[in-house]
Design a protein around this ligand. Structure first.
Ligand SMILES: [Zn+2]
Length: 445
């Protein structure tokens, strides 16, 4: 018989990410659930798993008893700079009013607070079972301790770029120059880079083309070890509000009022593009991640473009933020009926009360828009694909990094369906999060 222990992972074992675990349920996400499962983690990778008992004997198992073990969650969209916010900004005035509050808040933030907030956000994410995050970064402060950010969840850092100032041929806009400097620093520090033209109302078309060209350039510089260049995706907020559509058509309305009041509306009309054109641009990247897309189904041209390119795109929905800012939930039925790959994000604490990706899923499950099985797919394998992390994380299989979460349901599930439902039950607790076989939050006790 294999010896069973609880909560005694020796430091030597843990250093190498070597573990034997025993659990009531193992949900690999890709592949059938296993009841009464064992799994072996070797040098940070999932070496093997199966139904109890294993053929080999003599190992010391960490017995997780009635736990559910599944792939660690992937939060496809965050803005961790807001992670110190105790409560979201007022959302009752919709997106333009919310943006005005954010700009005012940013101006009042003392230097250095953004870096601390990002650290807190990553810690909160890991405690919520998250092993990878799609983070939108604005500026990277000089002297930022980038290496300290690498101890928690995997990071895909989308460097944001925006601006309405006139774009002159042959002259690099200041915002683009800053973004270029920051993305190069992040890539050199070992982070997985991406780019994010912010939104169609704030970003000019030439800047979007620059972002695509830069993503391709960064892709060409990546190592070809193993025969695969690393992906450099693009992410963009699209069709988030009805005001956005009015602004793009007429350059008037609440966004125009916002830009006028901020004094950023240029004397030369900005070179804006349609939502459909932005979708085409995203589809030309290694991966294109559409954030929100709440009003896409009512934009005939954009919807047709999305369907045409759906194999190259994913949509990250942030249900609680959309409910707060748009007064409705994302159009999940439209997306799913059209065969669009959907993933979930929490957005930031500027528009959401916490960074719980499970709470986002529960919001959609309770509204009857998705099943727990769909929620598990959206918060793992789909989101990993959207972030270009699909070779690394998002499902459990031998040989892949042991990125997993241990969940303890209030009542032991007796069927695979109830085990999957328990993943998103409010009374289920995340007790451990492992990235590459190492604990990044919680414990195995
Ligand atoms: Zn966002």
């Amino acid at each position: 018989m294999s010896r069973s222990i609880r909560g005694s992972v020796s430091p030597a074992t843990h250093r190498w990410g070597d573990l034997w675990l025993k659990t009531r349920w193992l949900l690999p996400v890709v592949g059938p659930p296993v009841e009464h499962a064992w799994l072996q983690v070797k040098r940070g990778r999932l070496h093997a798993f199966g139904q109890w008992p294993p053929r080999q004997h003599g190992q010391q198992f960490v017995d997780l008893e009635d736990a559910v073990v599944t792939a660690g969650f992937v939060n496809a969209h965050t803005h961790l700079e807001f992670s110190d916010c105790q409560s979201p900004f007022d959302t009752t005035g919709g997106l333009p009013d919310w943006i005005e509050q954010v700009i005012d808040w940013r101006r009042r933030q003392p230097a250095g607070t953004r870096e601390l907030a990002v650290h807190r956000g990553l810690a909160e994410s890991a405690e919520a079972g998250v092993v990878a995050v799609g983070e939108i970064a604005t500026t990277v402060p000089a002297g930022a301790d980038l290496h300290a950010l690498q101890a928690g969840p995997r990071l895909r850092i989308f460097q944001e770029v925006l601006g309405l100032a006139p774009v002159c041929p042959g002259v690099t806009p200041a915002a683009v120059a800053t973004a270029r400097r920051d993305i190069q620093r992040l890539a050199q520090a070992g982070f997985a880079p991406g780019l994010s033209p912010h939104a169609p109302y704030s970003t000019q078309w030439p800047t979007g083309r620059w972002a695509l060209a830069t993503a391709r350039h960064l892709h060409s510089l990546t190592s070809t070890a193993g025969g695969h260049r690393k992906l450099v995706p693009l992410a963009m907020h699209l069709a988030e509000s009805e005001d956005e559509q009015e602004f793009l058509e007429l350059q008037s309305g609440r966004f125009r009022q916002l830009f006028d009041s901020l004094g950023v509306w240029p004397t030369t009309p900005p070179r804006l593009a349609t939502t459909a054109d932005w979708i085409s641009l995203l589809a030309r990247a290694d991966r294109g991640l559409i954030v929100h897309g709440t009003h896409l189904p009512s934009d005939r041209l954009a919807w047709a473009r999305l369907q045409r390119h759906r194999q190259r795109l994913a949509i990250a929905v942030c249900p609680r933020t959309t409910q707060a800012l748009a007064g409705r939930l994302p159009p999940l039925a439209d997306f799913l009926n059209a065969g669009i790959r959907v993933c979930l994000g929490t957005d930031g604490r500027g528009s959401n009360p916490d960074l719980s990706i499970r709470a986002e899923a529960t919001c959609l499950i309770n509204a009857g828009l998705i099943s727990p099985e769909q929620a598990l797919t959206m918060t793992t394998v789909n989101a990993a694909w959207g972030l270009g992390f699909d070779r690394t994380t998002g499902f459990l299989a031998p040989g892949r990094p042991a990125d997993l979460v241990v969940l303890r349901p209030e009542v032991a599930p007796t069927t695979a369906a109830s085990a999957t439902a328990a993943v998103f039950a409010p009374d289920t607790h995340v007790t451990a999060t492992l990235r590459g076989g190492r604990l990044i939050a919680g414990s195995l006790e």
